[in-house]
Design a protein around this ligand. Sequence first.
Ligand SMILES: Cc1cc2nc3c(=O)[nH]c(=O)nc-3n(C[C@H](O)[C@H](O)[C@H](O)COP(=O)(O)O)c2cc1C
Length: 413
Amino acid sequence: MRVDDFRLMFGKQELVPIVIGGMGVDISTASLALEAARLGGIGHLSDAMIKTVTDRRFNTKYVRDKILKYKAQAASMDKSEVKFDLGYLTEATKLHVSKAMEAKRGAGMIFVNCMEKLTMNAPKETLRVRLRAALDAGIDGITLAAGLHLGSFQLIEDHPRFRHAFLGVIVSSLRALQLFLRKTASCNRLPDYVVVEGPLAGGHLGFGMDWAKYDLATIVAEIKAWMTAQKINIPLIPAGGIFTGSDAVNFLQNGASAVQVATRFTISKECGLPEDVKQEYFRANEGDIEVNQISPTGYPMRMLKSSPAIGSGLRPNCEAYGYLLDGNGRCAYIDAYNREAAANPGVARVTVTDKTCLCTQMRNFDLWTCGHYTYRLKDTTRQLEDGTYLLPSAEHIFKDYQFSTDNKIVVPA
Ligand SMILES: Cc1cc2nc3c(=O)[nH]c(=O)nc-3n(C[C@H](O)[C@H](O)[C@H](O)COP(=O)(O)O)c2cc1C
């Protein structure tokens, strides 16, 4: 059996059951998502740090304007006044989404990954704007991710596309799914799909530091059994460590409707990581990857141990970004930085090991988050004479998942 023997059915719509997961900040680029859609699957944009992304892609000046507006706060560690302009947030989201939707070809779809842990110093207001602007701009679907806000459906309940766009959630346990369904019951609308993300995924993990005790197949089976008992029929989409077409087939044969994958695509030509960082991913060995707690979100995160972000003591940069401010101007990195700055008076660049300035580091591609199986990426391509690895196209990787059998990975010619 191969992945192509299966189809993801959304009502009458038939898709190749391969979803490329969202990877912020602009690691899962529009080009990557467009390839997935062209090939009949689903690709994700990410709306993480949207203003920075549109500045880089479309030459807008949102970040510069925000820095100018909040210049006075730069010297202060009180960031409670540093807010996002909701009008600009709408504009940026619409720009990012509509450009991708206009360019879309093929039978697949483009969704946006909405990291709800980006509380943006006004959690509810900013989330409402992000979700509504993406719907306005014609996004096919929204995947609610990390930090799942239990009231998200209510924020868009009165939007004309609320019942037509595809809305999904990412959970890592049955309990999280039950909680979400209970809280949204009043909307009379189930999610259209549930991504079940296990402990081997990249980015933030929905587990504690005991993540290694958990196993994706077990969690998927548990959720599947509960949904069957409740007569709830929503496509289940496992994610995390699905590295070959055969891995995917195993899940599809056991009741999954599609798989969500990401790590294999981080080194594709279309992926947003800089070329030298892609080479770091290729070179990584198993011992070079760790799950640590430096993300101020409070979730464990998997990354390469050589990430420049680890230990870096940058001044908090919330006037420019501030995506993790909690609504009261607080972020765990600000506290960690202040502690080190106070303990090391006169030191120009302190070292902060327990937390990182996630916004700045992700923006600069200096936090190399990755999936558990990143160390196998070198086996998915050819090494060139100069020692670097050839970057496969997203199409090559997508088709490898779609058509491979017997755990084989076809290396690009
Ligand atoms: C570099 C990278 C960045 C990621 N960023 C996000 C993100 O911003 N939001 C999110 O919900 N998931 C994120 N993920 C998780 C993926 O969307 C996906 O669910 C998961 O990594 C799939 O497992 P795999 O990488 O083993 O294929 C990220 C994964 C990687 C590898």
